[in-house]
Structures are given as C-alpha cells and as structure tokens.
Design a protein around this ligand. Structure first.
Ligand code: PMP
Length: 339
C-alpha cells in the first residue's frame, strides 16, 4: 500500500483518459503546441484568469526549476558574485533547497515555530534579501494552511513569493488568487499540479499562474516542447471536469476525517491538514519503529526526522489518505504495534 507520496488512490477523470486516447490516436506524428494554448485556456478558465497568465510545465516540479532558472543568478555568474537568495520555511518540501543547490544559488531556511507558525523575526531577517520565497500552502509534511494575511507578510521586498499549491484543491482551489489579483500581485506566483487532486501523477502536468510579464519571462527559458501532446490534452480535459474534482475532493476529505479520528483514537496527535495527507506524532516517540513495522507489512508511509529544527517536533509520520480499505489496514497494523 502506497501511502507515502500523496498520490490519489483513484484513477483520473475518465474525460482525461479519453482525451489522452484521442490525442494518441490522432496527433503523435506532430510536435505538440509549444505554447500549450488549449491547456492554458482550460487552466485560466478554472482560475478566472486569462491564458497569458498561465505557463504549463512537465509537473509542477519543472515550474519550480524554471522559476529559479529565470529569476535567479547563480553564485558564479558575475556581478557581485554572491548569487540571488532562495528561501523556504523549514520543515517543508525539500526540493526547493535541492533545486537551489543544483543552480548554485544561495539558500536559507526560515525555521517555523514548533506549532508550524512563522517566526516573524526570522522572516524579517531574510525578506529584504530573498529573490524567491517558496511557500507551499497547504504545507508539506504538516498540511498547515496559513491565512492570506500571513502569506501577504511573506512577500519579499524585491522578489517573488511562490505559493506552491500542489495540495490547494483539497483546501480551496482558489488559494492565493486574491493575492495574485491584489496590489502586490506582480510579486506573486501560484503553482498547481495535476499529480494530486486529479490523479494524474504519471502524466507529469502542472502549471504556474502569474502576471503576464512573469509568465513571459519564464516562457523564454523553458524548452519549446516541455509538455507533450498527451499531457496537454489530458490535463486540459481534467481541468474542465469540475464536477469530477468536487466529488473526488469530497471523498478524500471524508476519508481524511476517518483516518484522523482513527489515529487520534490510537493516541496520536494529528496536525490539522488542508491536504490529502496527515502528519502525526505519538507521545511515545516511536515513529521510526512504527515506520519499519508498517513497511514490513508492505504499508509505505513517510517518516520525517527534522534534525535542524530546534524548537519543534523532532520527528513524525506523514500518511497519505488512501482508500477506506487502506485506512482500515493501516489502523489495524498501528493498533497491533507494541513498544
Ligand atoms: N510541491 C509540493 C509541495 C509537493 O509535495 C509536490 C509533490 N511531491 C510537488 C510540488 C511536485 O509535484 P509534481 O511535480 O508532480 O507536479
């Protein structure tokens, strides 16, 4: 059972599969549309924007890479030689740091408080210097959803706040849009993926939503054909199926509640989550032993240890919301755990 990478446990929208089949039958001898216009129109319609506010990517991970390649000078690229600073909270999605390192850009983590709230002194200390500030909402692995007033305070003085909405659909698909449409919108980028809420992790499709000048700058840097014909067709069809998404999110949220209740009944502290996963800790601290026990029973969850997080939870388990049968099997296995 795969409850470790926050995929959907169900197949994607049938309309998306049909669109992929049709595109495979008709258009594979031709290059894809390099501008991805039909996809951009579908994404724009979903968010109430215009197509020139959207950039499709080969998964949202590609969008994160493109942001760095477009807006950040590496440490060895001349000028003052220091490179442009990339920032994210800690603990969070670890790819931001990895991508910064790959591009040879300086990186700083802002440690969150132990309750996953922001340490404003630390934020203020980096905000003037950050070129890109990556913040996932909901956060991973905690599932924390910070309110818009909090996010607004994170906008760098002379840089971009990237609101990574990989899990936004499970909380509110419009997350971050008010900021993008607001007075500081030229310093906001939203990212979205079809890997989670749409069940299309294998297709590799995501996108950025930002002001047209930001999108145009990124479009110059991307490969001409960064998204293939099948991904563009399937992604557009998925985004147009709002009823399927509503129904799917409702199902996941109901199961998340059952999982949370079950874990709580077993003595876990479960962090309130806006995503399709929960982060939990047990007062006995035996998280890695539980991870090993589950793995032995072929149930995969994520074990996190936060070594450089001085005033927080040292470790815990992140569990993806699966099917009801998977929740039952997981809870039964955890119940049998003896210290
Ligand atoms: N952001 C966050 C916070 C994630 O957890 C993930 C999935 N691991 C991604 C972005 C990237 O997802 P994808 O490349 O599949 O769109």
């Amino acid at each position: 059972m795969k409850l470790n990478t926050n995929e959907l446990p169900f197949p994607p929208p049938p309309a998306a599969v049909e669109a992929i089949r049709a595109a495979a039958g008709e258009r594979l001898n031709r290059y894809p549309d390099p501008t991805g216009l039909a996809f951009r129109q579908a994404a724009a319609d979903r968010l109430g924007l215009e197509p020139d506010w959207i950039l499709p990517g080969n998964g949202s991970d590609e969008i994160l890479t493109l942001l760095i390649r477009t807006f950040c000078r590496s440490a060895d690229s001349g000028g003052d030689g220091g490179g442009d600073l990339i920032v994210s909270p800690h603990p969070t999605y670890t790819l931001y740091r990895t991508l910064a390192e790959i591009q040879n850009c300086p990186f700083e983590a802002v440690p969150l408080n132990g309750d996953w709230s922001w340490n404003w002194e630390r934020v203020e200390a980096v905000k003037q210097r950050a070129r890109l500030f990556f913040v996932p909402v909901p956060n991973s692995p905690s599932g924390t959803v910070w309110p818009a007033e909090t996010l607004e305070r994170l906008i760098p003085d002379d840089g971009l706040l990237i609101l990574d909405g990989a899990y936004a659909d499970f909380e509110d698909g419009r997350l971050g849009l008010d900021l993008l449409n607001g007075p500081h919108g030229d310093r906001i980028v939203l990212t979205r993926t079809l890997s989670k809420s749409y069940g299309l992790a294998g297709l590799r499709m995501g996108f950025a939503a930002a002001r047209p000048e930001v999108i145009a700058a990124m479009a110059k840097v991307k490969d001409s054909y960064n998204c293939d014909t099948l991904a563009l067709a399937g992604g557009a069809a998925a985004l147009r199926d709002a009823d399927w998404l509503d129904e799917t999110v409702r199902t996941v949220l109901a199961e998340r509640e059952r999982l949370t209740d079950g874990l709580t009944a077993l003595g876990f502290d479960v962090q309130p989550s806006g995503g399709n996963f929960v982060f939990c800790t047990h007062p006995d601290g035996q998280h890695s032993a539980r991870f090993d026990m589950l793995k032995e029973r072929r149930i995969l969850v994520r074990y996190f240890a936060f070594k450089a997080w001085p005033d927080g939870t040292p470790d815990g388990l992140r569990i993806t919301v699966g099917t009801p049968a998977e929740t039952d099997a997981l809870l039964t296995a955890l119940e049998s755990f003896a210290v």
